[in-house]
Design a binder for this molecule. Structure first.
Ligand SMILES: [Mg+2]
Length: 318
């Protein structure tokens, strides 16, 4: 019999898993584990399934996922089978893989925070521990949220062009897995000396700007709980685009300080623009989507309004 719901469980990027089949599930919930190498992973998975079971999600098929493409493939199969909900335990990279496939299918995405930054979970007001997160999902508050499209790929949290993309690209995956966000900060400070800021043109709807870095946000937070775009809404049909026009690092601090004090930053240095489309014709700009570095190429971004069905916590504006 086919299960109504799917749980995709990403125990942590950068870890190695030895293929093995685990014959038993929790309370006769079918569990097919593609690859498991460590006992704690299984324990964590079983605990997660137990929370879901207690919350009334009794028909759940679970898979431990190996990598990004594995999540993509499992979601494609879920779409073919018309499951009701895909629960994803993982970070923003795992969520990215899932939403890329689940967009415009009506299948609900239930995010269980299992990463380091969990930005998408924060956007949705989902608590950062699994048991609390499941309690929120239990309320079955479903809504449709916007996502961003970029060069045929998708993002739920952020697209970054320029400095932050360079930092992400040059932070080794295994370092990220071990020390999380701290690794970006370390790399960022090293990068200030090494990175060669280059001015590029960005076209936002019908306006043109010169920028050294551009960050496109779908919601308010960046990298964790830092508020970058306080007015960003997941449902307004716009992306909030920050244009950094000045290459000094002090500009970033100036910007964040202004945002914190609910003031406008000096627009000769940085500016937030609500956008439906953003394009950067330059071919040599680094970019990332939800923290995953992509091949350098000209960037075309648009918003897909209300494309993704999600479970959300209280207070997310519909
Ligand atoms: Mg928006």
């Amino acid at each position: 019999m086919m299960s109504k719901n799917l749980l995709l469980f990403n125990p942590g990027s950068g870890q190695k898993f030895i293929p093995a089949i685990v014959p038993e599930g929790v309370r006769k919930i079918p569990v097919t584990v593609g690859s498991v190498g460590a006992e704690p992973v299984l324990t964590k998975l079983q605990t997660t399934l137990q929370y879901l079971y207690r919350a009334g999600f009794r028909d759940v098929e679970a898979h431990v996922t190996r990598d990004y493409m594995d999540v993509v493939d499992k979601c494609k199969a879920a779409v073919g089978r018309r499951v009701d909900t895909v629960f994803v335990f993982g970070g923003d990279g795992t969520v990215n893989a899932a939403l890329s496939i689940l967009r415009n299918t009506g299948i609900a995405l239930g995010v269980l925070p299992g990463g380091t930054a969990n930005v998408f979970a924060r956007f949705l007001h989902i608590p950062l521990t699994v048991d609390d997160a499941v309690s929120v999902l239990q309320q079955k508050r479903r809504m449709k949220v916007d996502i961003g499209a970029c060069n045929g790929d998708y993002f739920g949290c952020v697209a970054g062009m320029g400095f932050d993309a360079w930092v992400i690209k040059h932070t080794p995956q295994r370092v990220r897995a071990i020390i999380g966000n701290l690794s970006f900060i370390i790399t960022a400070f090293r990068a200030i000396a090494k990175y060669r800021f280059k001015k590029f043109r960005v076209i936002i709807d019908d306006k043109e700007f010169d920028a050294f870095s551009v960050i496109v946000q779908n919601g308010p937070y960046y990298g964790g709980d830092v508020v970058f775009t306080p007015d960003a809404s997941l449902t307004d049909g716009y992306l909030d685009c920050i244009v950094f026009k000045d290459k000094r690092v002090a500009t970033l601090f100036h910007y964040l300080w202004a945002v914190r004090r609910k003031q406008q930053p000096d627009t000769s240095r940085a500016q937030i623009v609500k956008a439906r489309t953003i394009s950067i014709p330059d071919t040599s700009v680094y970019y990332h989507l939800d923290g995953e570095p992509r091949e350098k190429k000209p960037v075309t971004i648009s918003v897909e309004p209300h494309a993704l069905n999600v479970y959300a916590g209280e207070g997310v504006k519909a």
